[in-house]
Design a protein. Structure first.
Lengths: 440, 568
């Protein structure tokens, strides 16, 4: 699907570069004159005027980005394992080409860390301006790693007009990724919560809480499992258990989950988890002696009736998989009553991306009302929006209203949302889990 | 031969150097990209001192020894089984029509990419798999799949099954390609007839008379699969255990881990993998010596028969079992590609639909053309270079140096994920250039050794007297090469070409890493999809992956038939 027309492509960018210089000079002049004007007016200037100046400045800057983005080809590195997500990105590509003359190419990854490796390799080769990756879909551990190693472009998200629609000042989740401040390195794209699904033919009464899961497993030995860390979904299950098991602890202790782990906090918080797992594992699929490598294999096992209960971060994909015949028709989705682990997923731009303006234009479009509403439709992707619907007009809000519900889709629930622990716990969980259960 | 230089001979002289440069530069740079981090040097992460932190971490990894042992044992055992079965099949069906039937049935397996084969075999032997469905519930009495540890058993049995099914055709076809050469065929047949006339039973006769002559031609392919299987990724990843996995799989997971610091341990692991692979090769070499020492006396003890009938019946059973396993795997794939929902324990999908095929076919043209361009260019380059290098050997009348021959196989000895990361690093140093070019160079690294392996024996065993006669009649080296040598090699060349294409079609990591993900081939699409959960779409891609190289082999088989018919 990616067409590669190098020579002509390079020629085109050269022309753009020449006009680019002119545009940059012009903008610089404008900014300077604005600064000069506001200095002359210091005495009479009120806050309203300065903010208007800033807004105007921002608009100019955005116009400039839009202009620069034209004819750019943006390479979006995103996980390509889901046909629904892939065709949504195709739809976005069509829209941005028509509206902004930006050509968007989806580079389908088997795992996001492949793209992280690429940017790292480019950095170690001192490629600082001509990176292959223009945009990438990340969150959590991948983000924390990239941020730590300065692999992401900082402070660009505030430039995007649509970012204000997420109401970031009121919505801290939009600027924190697993508790780590995003510092404008990535823009929110969607929201996900850990959703369980079960085969209602063989297991009509699924467990609704973590303790119930324990008893359910004893009644259905070998019919539940989770993916082996460091798989994202497997770790999510462990984090869900970690949070729920420690909810009864002293709030001062529970709070430690959202800080970098120390020897002391590990001692206090991990103990209940290992106890729980030691009791659970003998009743898991293959008695816990083998864990699948990824979340997709879990769904395949449900499809094969080997296991009867599983969980996912992409709830809308469950009815879609039923429609694609990948899951049996008697699959039902539900949220655990003791809470659902929730997080936001983001789009970042590497520090050395070759087409930053184009990427910004695409990201801005991803956060538009139209694109977000389309994404939330369960027939398209069903990924929850990051926009703050309360600041939209009623007409705009209606775009997000859900149509008829599929039998296997997640019903509305009041499961409390559990926020992700500090990302440093992820490494620790993986390491300790592998030590305990990784080698028999 | 008088020194004679022409455009052709000059290029022939350069070719071994060119060959070595094409392999050594990327692999060398790639290795450097492994060695430096293995000793703690990774400036991008702010690590710029040399230490043995990586090796310490590796040693302290839970289950490190089990990982190494699993890699070592599965590789050695599966190869041993492959060699034994190959010998049995050859011995039982030598000089009989059945051999060509077996060849025709096994041939297609050679071209199935490892990942695809693993997926197909997994579906065959899983508790909810095809075999179980065929016998349930009428025989087994189960309505739900039993919870047994197959595949992914901790002993690596499933890995061994996968490797045996996948590598057996390779050894068999390589041996048959050698057998089809007139010279070898002639010698072996003469020996075999003599043995038979002396009263040796065919099975015993084969082992005593044919195998000692034939084994040298099987040797390189055997070493190639030993090295490959000790460091392979796809089969152990899909069929193997993961608590702990094989060393190569663990290394790949560390390289892919979101924790970038694990890369240091991964690099150290790659060095350890190199030692495991060398140990496997050394063990086989030792095993060869032992067999030779012990078998020598029985070769000449004059005994004409060793329960020949029993061995032949056993061979029939094994062959049938393998053929059924293959047929059922393929049938499973085809059924999945058309399946609506397919509930357990039904042996047939609940409904048949064509939506999966429609989905794939609507997206495929560009993927297909990418796959073909990269495959054809890299295989053609590899074949020309190989032929020139082998010709140089004959013109200079001295074999390639040991170092050169070893270097050619280097890409097969080192886990590709390790040195490919280094190559990406080098590519960044150079900057620019067409993505296609890099992908083709990357494929060349893996296509070249196989092409060389498959071509070398036949070329080296060419009867030099034809060339000598032609030279004495005043033919230029180019004419000798073009009109005397190549026509004699047309069958192995076609086979080699088809093999090269198949190898190129199945490359995943080089395509992904060097293409920066911007070039999608059938294999990259299939692997990306297999990370999702739609077994149906994966099945469609796997069938396409299978059909393309199979077409290559079909042509390799048909073309000589058509040409030779015309000549007669």
């Amino acid at each position: 699907m990616s067409s590669q027309k190098h020579p002509s492509h390079f020629a085109a960018t050269r022309v753009v570069h020449q006009t680019k210089c002119g545009v940059i000079l012009l903008c610089l002049l404008m900014v300077l004159s604005f600064a000069a004007l506001s200095q002359v007016d210091t005495n009479t200037a009120n806050t309203k005027q300065t903010s208007a100046a800033i807004d105007l400045n921002k608009t100019k800057q955005w116009q400039h980005i839009l202009q620069e983005a034209q004819q750019q080809t943006v390479y979006f590195y995103a996980w390509g394992g889901d046909p629904q997500v892939n065709s949504y990105i195709q739809w976005v590509a069509k829209q941005v080409l028509e509206r902004y003359q930006v050509k968007l190419v989806h580079v389908k990854l088997a795992q996001t860390s492949d793209a992280v490796s690429r940017v790292l390799a480019e950095k170690s080769a001192q490629n600082t301006t001509n990176g292959q990756v223009d945009m990438l879909w990340i969150n959590g551990q991948n983000f924390a790693n990239m941020a730590k190693n300065n692999l992401l472009e900082p402070s660009w998200v505030e430039q995007l007009p649509n970012f204000t629609l997420t109401n970031p000042t009121q919505n801290p989740a939009m600027t924190r990724d697993f508790g780590v401040p995003t510092q404008g390195m990535e823009a929110p794209w969607g929201r996900a919560a850990l959703t369980f699904y079960h085969n209602s033919k063989y297991s009509p009464n699924p467990p609704m809480t973590l303790p119930e899961l324990q008893t359910w497993s004893r009644q259905h030995p070998g019919r539940f499992t989770y993916a082996k860390p460091p798989d994202f979904l497997g770790l999510s299950f462990l984090k869900y258990a970690l949070i729920v098991l420690n909810q009864s602890q002293d709030p001062q202790v529970f709070k430690l989950l959202y800080e970098t782990p120390t020897t002391n906090s590990q001692q206090l918080l991990l103990k209940p988890l290992w106890q729980f797992l030691d009791n659970l594992h003998p009743y898991l699929w293959r008695e816990g002696s083998y864990f699948v490598n990824d979340g997709a294999s879990l769904r395949r096992l449900v499809g094969d009736n080997e296991i009867l209960l599983s969980f996912t971060f992409t709830a809308p994909d469950i009815p879609a998989a039923v429609a694609r015949y990948d899951l049996p028709v008697n699959i039902r989705s539900y949220a655990m009553l003791d809470g659902s682990l929730s997080n936001v997923h983001f789009v970042g731009i590497p520090f050395n991306a070759a087409h930053k303006s184009g990427a910004k234009v695409v990201v801005n479009y991803l956060m538009s009302i139209e694109a977000q509403a389309k994404k939330q439709q369960s027939a398209v992707w069903g990924d929850s929006t990051v926009l703050d619907l309360s600041i939209l007009k009623t007409q705009q809000q209606n775009l997000f209203a859900s149509s008829s519900q599929h039998l296997s889709a997640l019903p509305v629930s009041n499961s409390p949302s559990l926020s992700e622990p500090h990302p440093a716990w992820v490494n620790l969980l993986t390491e300790e889990w592998l030590k305990r259960y990784g080698a028999h | 031969m008088a020194p004679y230089t022409s455009f052709f001979t000059r290029w022939v002289n350069y070719s071994p150097t060119l060959l070595v440069v094409l392999i050594l530069v990327p692999v060398g740079a790639g290795l450097l990209g492994v060695l430096l981090p293995a000793f703690g040097w990774l400036p991008a992460l702010g690590e710029s001192t040399f230490n043995t932190r990586g090796f310490t971490a590796l040693w302290n990894t839970a289950g490190f020894m089990s990982m190494a042992l699993l890699s070592y044992a599965t590789s050695l055992i599966s190869t041993l089984i492959v060699v034994i079965i190959s010998c049995f099949i050859l011995a039982s069906y030598f000089n009989s029509k059945l051999l060509s039937y077996v060849q025709r049935v096994l041939g297609p397996i050679l071209v199935i990419p490892h990942a695809a084969a693993a997926i197909a075999i997994g579906f065959l032997i899983a508790p909810s798999g095809f075999v179980m469905r065929l016998f349930s519930p009428w025989l087994t009495g189960v309505e739900q799949p039993p919870d047994i540890l197959l595949p992914n058993d901790p002993f690596g049995l499933s890995i061994i099954i996968g490797l045996v099914l996948k590598e057996l055709p390779f050894i068999l076809l390589m041996t048959l390609a050698a057998l089809q050469q007139k010279e070898i065929n002639h010698t072996i047949n003469a020996h075999f007839s003599l043995a038979k006339s002396l009263g040796y039973h065919p099975f015993t006769g084969f082992f005593k008379v044919v195998l000692p002559t034939l084994y040298p031609f099987m040797r390189l392919p055997i070493y190639a699969i030993l090295a490959y299987s000790s460091a392979s990724i796809e089969i152990p990843l899909i069929l193997g255990p993961n608590a702990p996995p094989t060393l190569a799989v663990a290394i790949m997971q560390w390289f892919n881990d979101v924790d970038l610091n694990l890369r240091i341990k991964a690099s150290a692991g790659a060095i350890a993998q190199l030692f495991v692979t060398l140990l496997v090769l050394f063990s086989w070499w030792l095993f060869e010596k032992l067999v030779m020492a012990f078998a020598k006396s029985s070769l000449v003890n004059g005994r004409r028969v060793y329960a020949d009938r029993a061995w032949r019946i056993l061979t029939h059973c094994i062959t049938l079992l393998i053929i059924f396993a293959i047929i059922f795997s393929l049938m499973g794939l085809i059924l999945w590609s058309f399946a609506g929902y397919w509930s357990f324990p039904h042996a047939f999908p609940d409904t048949l639909v064509s939506t999966h095929w429609q989905n794939v076919l609507s997206q495929i043209p560009e993927t297909l053309s990418n796959t073909l361009i990269v495959g054809v260019v890299s295989t053609s380059l590899a074949l020309v270079l190989t032929l020139f290098a082998l010709e140089a050997e004959q013109q200079q009348q001295k074999p390639l140096s040991t170092a050169t021959s070893l270097l050619i196989y280097l890409p097969l000895l080192i886990p590709s994920i390790a040195f490919l990361f280094g190559i990406v690093w080098m590519k960044e140093q150079i900057g620019g250039g067409s993505v296609f070019l890099y992908v083709i160079m990357g494929h060349l690294l893996f296509v070249l050794p196989y092409v060389f392996l498959s071509m070398a024996t036949s070329f080296r065993k060419l009867d030099q007297r034809y060339a000598a006669v032609a030279a004495s009649l005043g033919c230029s080296p180019w004419r000798i090469f073009w009109q005397v040598k190549l026509p004699q090699l047309s069958i192995p060349m076609l086979f080699t070409y088809a093999l090269g294409l198949a190898i190129s079609f199945s490359q995943y990591l080089p395509t992904l890493l060097l293409g920066g993900g911007r070039i999608n081939t059938l294999t990259t699409e299939a692997v990306a999809l297999s990370s999702g959960s739609s077994r149906r779409l994966t099945a469609v891609y796997v069938i396409m992956q299978l059909a393309l190289p199979a077409l290559g082999f079909l042509l390799a088989w048909l073309i000589p038939k058509i040409i030779f018919r015309q000549r007669q």
